[in-house]
Design a binder for this molecule. Structure first.
Ligand code: KG4
Ligand code: ZN
Length: 334
């Protein structure tokens, strides 16, 4: 049985995975306190992780009807993410593991998003192409096996897709995070009403969303307050279409270049209806986990931990977190 923790951003997560690979508990405590700042404040996230992590662990064990003494392995996200936030999860995991002299599996957050596809009910067997699009990251990877050695094919050069949704939502007067609200607003709009850039000039498999957000900003300025208000749904629908198009075109390119016929999708943006529909039309085997396994969660970290070499007690006590993906990417490339 694996007890996993995930605190890389603003969700305090704990999960229990049984030896049979069943998610016995998947606790996600969304802090909900960053909305008023229009983004996640790292120090506040860290402080709240500290307050919530104990209860999240207790809750996960209670839901799984399990005791800490029955746990065989502690898994935790080591990076990439917010350093102060990651530290709370890693320190807690070390303490729990050390107290029971258990081994510890340090998991790469992005490997976690990929490993969500190794869980029921949307299991996908490698090799496959993985598209992960969330508020913090957007990348395409070739996944040949279940271990952490996935191969990154392309990634965003600036904003993440979810960030593009959030920034667009903000310009249209919606709250944070705004992806779901923008999708709802877009339902009444015409996706062809405005033309927004999809970074089509960018060859290869990297993404860029910064120009898109700027383009919406100028459009809103040009239209003026009243006209923007009148055409909000059209703006949302057209803007959403550009993001979906940018993601789908590159996913399609990745499938073509690898010759693979399977696509796994993860990250919070995978909840987006038009994106799911668009990817569904690619005609390949599609694996999109349920929403609670797509957004940040600890069940995916437990899933990944099964394919990571665990560190025996007390070798992990010196372990540190890492902020950016470079280390993970370098490790993956190596
Ligand atoms: O994976 P996630 O929960 O957290 C991060 O690791 O960032 O992703 C959150 C992101 C936010 O940017 C949010 O606006 C976006 O996913 N999102 C959506 C939808 N639901 C959440 N974007 C588009 N359409 C949605 N329905
Ligand atoms: Zn994430």
């Amino acid at each position: 049985m694996i007890l996993a923790l995930e605190t890389s951003c603003d969700d305090t997560c704990a999960a229990v995975l049984t030896a049979g690979g069943e998610v016995a508990a998947n606790v996600i405590s969304s802090q909900g306190i960053h909305d008023r700042f229009g983004g996640v404040v790292p120090e506040i996230a860290s402080r709240h992780h500290l307050e919530l992590i104990g209860d999240a662990v207790d809750d996960a064990l209670a839901r799984a009807d399990a005791e800490l003494s029955e746990v065989d392995l502690i898994a935790v996200t080591r990076g990439p993410g917010l350093v102060a936030a990651l530290l709370v999860g890693l320190s807690t995991a070390k303490a729990l593991a050390a107290a029971y002299e258990l081994p510890l599996a340090a998991v790469d957050h992005l490997h976690g998003h990929i490993a969500a596809s190794f869980l029921e009910p949307a299991t996908l067997e490698p090799p496959f192409v993985s598209l992960v699009a969330s508020g913090g990251h957007t990348f395409l990877a070739r996944v040949d096996d279940k271990g952490p050695g996935y191969h990154v094919l392309g990634q965003t050069l600036d904003d993440a897709a979810g960030e593009a949704f959030d920034k667009g939502a903000r310009l249209l007067g919606l709250g944070y995070p705004g992806g779901a609200a923008l999708e709802r607003l877009a339902r009444d709009g015409d996706p062809e009403a405005f033309s927004f850039p999809t970074a089509a000039a960018l060859r290869g498999l990297d993404f860029s969303f910064a120009g898109l957000k700027t383009s919406l900003l100028y459009r809103v300025r040009d239209l003026g307050e009243r006209e923007t208000e009148r055409r909000r749904a059209d703006l949302a629908a057209s803007y959403q279409r550009a993001i979906v198009q940018a993601l789908a075109v590159r996913a399609e390119r990745a499938l073509a270049s690898t010759g693979l016929q399977r696509l796994a999708v993860g990250g919070g943006v995978a909840a987006n209806g038009p994106l799911r529909e668009r990817l569904g039309r690619l005609g390949v085997e599609l694996g999109i986990p349920p929403r609670e396994l797509c957004t940040d969660n600890a069940a995916m970290i437990a899933s990944a931990a099964r394919y990571v070499e665990p560190l025996p007690f007390p070798d992990y006590l010196e372990l540190d977190v890492y902020a950016t993906g470079e280390r993970a990417l370098a490790a993956a490339a190596g």
